[in-house]
Design a protein around this ligand. Structure first.
Ligand code: TYD
Length: 136
């Protein structure tokens, strides 16, 4: 499954820490959009969709949350709790985010502009699409 943790190089000096994110350096695509979620209520689940083409990197710049990723066959769970780590997710991976702490800020870098028609929000449809892909 094409999802993995990316470790970012921290630039630390006496003033604190800095991380730079750069397309095709430590982010494996051209960054066309950045969004972030915060003030996520306890016990809320976000995500619960897949993207036909979009690639993303998720970074918990504050607090923590848990991301579950599946390609329809295997399922992986990642706890994000460090600003120096990002979770890369390729296209066609169903994902959800849970267990946000009150201070969590989840930053997302995306490979394209927002496009609702790129979303698959129905799990059965996702399974149908991914089975077609596996059978190709
Ligand atoms: P949604 O995709 O449901 O969030 P989650 O990642 O938790 O599944 O997005 C919530 C709302 O925000 C929805 O109405 C679409 C809108 N939205 C944008 O307008 N632009 C964006 O870049 C994103 C990610 C969402």
């Amino acid at each position: 499954m094409n999802t993995n943790i990316i470790s970012f190089n921290e630039i630390i000096d006496t003033r604190g820490s800095l991380i730079a994110l750069e397309a095709f350096a430590n982010i494996p695509f051209s960054i066309k959009r950045v969004y972030y979620m915060y003030n996520v209520q306890l016990n809320v689940m976000r995500g619960e969709h897949a993207h036909k083409e979009l690639q993303q990197v998720l970074i918990c710049v504050a607090g923590s949350c848990t991301v579950r990723v599946t390609d329809g066959v295997d399922c992986l769970e990642f706890k994000l709790s460090r600003p120096d780590q990002g979770l890369y997710m390729d296209r066609m991976l169903w994902h959800d985010m849970r267990y946000f702490s009150t201070e969590t800020v989840l930053l997302v870098l995306a490979s394209d502009h927002y496009n609702e028609s790129d979303y698959i929000r129905d799990y059965d449809l996702f399974m149908k699409f991914s089975k077609t892909k596996i059978g190709e």
